[in-house]
Structure formats: C-alpha cells, structure tokens
Design a protein around this ligand. Structure first.
Ligand code: GLU
Length: 422
C-alpha cells in the first residue's frame, strides 16, 4: 500500500478551510510550499569506532508572523514529507494561539533508543553544526518534539554557542531550568490541552465523570493523564509504542503507571501490583494500540504519532470527542468520516499549542533577561489557551463548521492580514 503523504493531506485541510476564510489565492499558494528545506547527512561516530550515516532535516515553512519555530524529532520513520507537514502545522498552530512565530520543524531519521548517551550527544552536536547557518533567535528557534528532551536542547544551545562564539540560550527552547529554560515548559503541552478540554466540556455541558483513553505516554500523554485524573476524569486505558493496558471497570492510576513504566521501560505488561495500577494478569488488562482507539469512551486522546486514525478505523471509533495531542493523528479522509458520525475533533493546532506557547515565554524571558515563576507561566498559558479556544469556538458557531476548519480560518485570517503588511 502506498504510504499517504501527510503534507498533501495537510494542504488539503487548509484549502478546505480557505474557502470560508479571507485569504487571497496567491497567499494560499504561498502557504502550500515551505520556504526552504535542508537535508543533511550526519556521520555519526559510534562508540565501537564505526561510522553510521544518518539523515536529518530542517524545514522552514513560513515566517510571516515571526521567526520559524518548531521542534526536532528523533524517530526512525522521519521523512521529508512528514517534516514538511509538521512545519506547516506549526505555522497554523502559532497563528491560532497567537504567538509571534512562523512554522518550522526538524527531524533525524534514527531511533534514539538504539544509541548510547554519548552517541546521542555526538549526533545532536553534529546536527547543530550542519543547521547552525539557518537557525538563531530571530531566524529559526527549534524545541523538543517526539523522542527529544531538555538534555538534547541543552547540547543544542551549547554547540550553537560554541559556533557563534557566545552564549545564546534563545536559539532553542525547552531547555532545562539551569541553562535558561522556563518554569512550566515540560508540562505545558499537557496542561494547555487540559485547559482546552475543560472549556469544551463546559460548553457542551457534559456530565462528569468522563471516561478517557490515551494513546501515547511520553511527555504529553503522561502529563495530561495525571492532570485529567486529578480533576475527576476516569482514565480507563493507556498505551505507549509497545502496547497498553485497559481497565474495564473503574479507572487506572496514571501516576502509578508512570512509576511502573519507569521501571519496566514500557506500559505493555505493566500490571504493577494490583493495588497500584488496579490490574492483574487475570483481569486481561492488555490492549493493543489499535484496539485502544476503538474503546467506548467519552474522550479519546491520541498523543503519539500522526495518521493513527485513518479511513480504516474511523468508522469504528466510539469516542464522542477526540482531543488531538499528537500532531496530525487524524488523516483528512478520517476527518470526513468522523464529521459524518458527529464525533467532535479538537484539532492539534489548538489542542497541543500549549507547548509552543510556553516556548514563546521561554524565548521572551531569554531575550529580556527575565525569570518568571511557575504561577505566572501557568496563568499566562491559561489566558492564551482559553482565548484561542473561545475564538475558535465563536467561528465554529458562527460559520457552522467543524473545529479544525474554524482553527484554520482563524490562522489563515491572521496570516493573511500580516502578509499584507510585509
Ligand atoms: N514540538 C512541539 C509542537 O509540536 C513544540 C514546538 C515548540 O515549542 O517550538 O508543538
């Protein structure tokens, strides 16, 4: 089967929304291509002395609203069309949540779990040497994404500083606190998604407790799981790339599952002791990633990779709401099917925009030499998320279109009015 091209799907979604937005066909054409893309070949020195050639990418999609901005992922299935789609979604996302950034994204085609820490550091530093020429606080500002973290961002900033001959923390966000990171950056994507969901539950007047299944238990999935549980939602299924666990009656304890995953390295088979996760082998608590998506829940949260909800499984989804915490988890074909089935999709460009919002706060603090406390970060994040949600909701009601189309209309309008002034 031919692998679908996520960039083409993303452009299709944009063009659909554009019919209802105030944007010229020239501007739309402009947004249908990235400004530039760089493909690099890294010569990774392995600990055993051998060299492995590894491909990496940085795509700069658009900078009408500000410097290109977006994460870097390390994954063995990274390819140029995926990175182009991800860079495009960053352009839209930054416009929706109203931060002064454009869209960019990077990726390295590697499974970082196959590398030692020293190999990971060498790979990261070599990548920075290749892309240093096109990044910078006013040009392009990377951040963490799938399988990358604060440590990798610290190496990034350090290597960039060496290249330009001075410290430059604002070149990258998502850094640890001790080298210019912001309070609240790590939890930001999950917390932002939580604020959006709470607004939606309020608007729809849904009766609590609500049942939730979450696919993906990395930084985003684990934070939102714990937050939801603390606020009375019932987490009935959780999974990571190797599989998951499911509790038919009652709910899982997300904090304990996190502890268990730390020890076991995966959620699959992570029954813990009965009293911790509430599962035992006899409860038949296993669930595959595919089956998790089809569970009878109120809210389904894909928080891992793109394209997991597609035309094959969209007819089988039973959730009432899908909160897209991953980027691009629902394909454009699936979107149509879900719409017909009256399943509400909260799009990635709104739901997961809390991460880049606090990245903006971090970049701003670096540039101004400020240090904000956690309370200030959280309250500013909440303001941004609620405002973005309310504006998208208003368009949804006024124009009678789905939330993704509404978010795109908002983004395209903002992009278009800025482009006219450039
Ligand atoms: N990788 C995150 C995203 O997809 C964060 C990007 C950033 O902070 O620049 O939104």
């Amino acid at each position: 089967m031919k692998k679908s091209n996520p960039f083409e799907g993303a452009i299709k979604q944009m063009k659909k929304a554009a019919v209802k937005a105030d944007i010229s066909s020239e501007q739309l054409e402009h947004l249908s291509y990235p400004h530039q893309q760089l493909e690099v070949y890294l010569h990774l020195k392995k600990d055993n002395g051998q060299t492995q050639i590894v491909r990496g990418f940085r795509v700069q999609h658009n900078n009408w609203l500000g410097p290109y901005k977006g994460g870097i992922r390390y994954h063995n299935q990274v390819d140029i069309n995926e990175v182009k789609a991800l860079a495009f979604w960053m352009t839209i996302k930054n416009a929706v949540v109203d931060v002064p950034f454009g869209g960019g994204k990077g990726g390295i085609e590697i499974d970082p779990k196959t590398l030692s820490n020293t190999e990971l550091e060498r790979l990261t530093r070599e990548f920075v040497q290749h892309i240093a020429i096109i990044v910078g606080p006013d040009m392009d500002v990377p951040a963490p994404d799938v399988n990358t973290n604060g440590q990798i961002m610290e190496w990034f900033a350090d290597e960039y500083g060496k290249i330009i001959g001075k410290d430059c923390p604002a070149v990258v966000t998502g850094k640890p606190l001790h080298c210019g990171g912001s309070q609240g950056r790590e939890e930001a994507t999950g917390l932002g998604g939580f604020y959006v969901l709470e607004e939606l539950v309020e608007k729809l007047k849904l009766k609590r407790p609500l049942k939730v299944a979450i696919q993906g238990f990395g930084n985003v999935g684990s934070h939102i799981a714990i937050l939801l549980q603390q606020n009375g939602y019932e987490i009935i299924a959780l999974s990571d790339s190797k599989g998951g666990i499911y509790k038919q009656d009652g709910a899982l304890d997300a904090g304990s599952v996190k502890e268990c995953k730390k020890i076991n390295k995966s959620i699959a088979n992570c029954y813990c002791v009965d009293k911790i996760c509430g599962l035992s082998r006899d409860n038949k608590g296993d669930i595959t990633n595919e089956k998790l998506l089809e569970l009878p829940v109120d809210i389904l949260i894909p928080a891992a990779m793109e394209g997991v909800i597609n035309k094959k499984n969209a007819p089988k989804i039973k959730a009432k709401i899908i909160l897209e915490m991953a980027n691009g988890p629902v394909t454009s074909e699936a979107d149509q099917i879900l719409k017909k089935r009256k399943i509400m999709v909260v799009p990635d460009v709104l739901a997961n925009s809390g991460g880049v919002t606090v990245s903006y706060f971090e970049w701003y603090q670096n540039i101004k030499g400020e240090k904000w406390d956690l309370e200030k970060v959280r309250s500013k994040l909440k303001d941004k998320m609620v405002k973005a949600f309310d504006t998208v909701w208003e368009i949804h009601k006024k124009k009678k279109v789905d939330l993704r189309t509404s978010a795109y209309i908002l983004a395209l309008q903002r992009l278009s009015s800025k482009a006219q002034k450039i």
